[in-house]
Ligand binder design. Structure first.
Ligand SMILES: [Zn+2]
Length: 111
């Protein structure tokens, strides 16, 4: 892990960096001033961490509303898709649901 980033391990098959298209090792969140930014961490080249910037971290409300919009769009997109595609996406969604459940559980835990 680098800096004060929050390392978030994700399953190998979902670790494709939206910026450069290669597999990343973890998602890092860095604080710059009073804002947070998301980076895909690709490991180190010598001592220099290889990071792709994925943009600022939005407020929690915005993140959740974005997820709802994306899920609604996915439902429309997959409406007429072949059953194999739908099953593959359903399997990914159920893994994601597990991760979201775990995250919610961790957040709700008293410190
Ligand atoms: Zn990248």
């Amino acid at each position: 892990m680098t800096g004060d980033g929050i390392g978030q391990e994700t399953p190998e098959e979902t670790r494709v960096c939206p910026r450069c298209g290669s597999v990343y090792r973890s998602i890092e969140v860095k604080r710059i001033g009073d804002r947070y930014y998301i980076y895909a961490y690709h490991g180190k080249k010598g001592k220099v961490p290889q990071l792709c910037s994925l943009g600022p971290l939005e407020s929690p409300d915005k993140v959740i509303s974005d997820i709802r919009i994306k899920l609604a769009a996915l439902q429309v997109t997959l409406g007429d898709a072949p059953v194999d595609d739908r099953l593959a996406v359903a399997s990914e969604l159920s893994k994601l649901a597990g991760e979201i459940y775990q995250l919610a559980f961790n957040l709700a835990k008293p410190k």
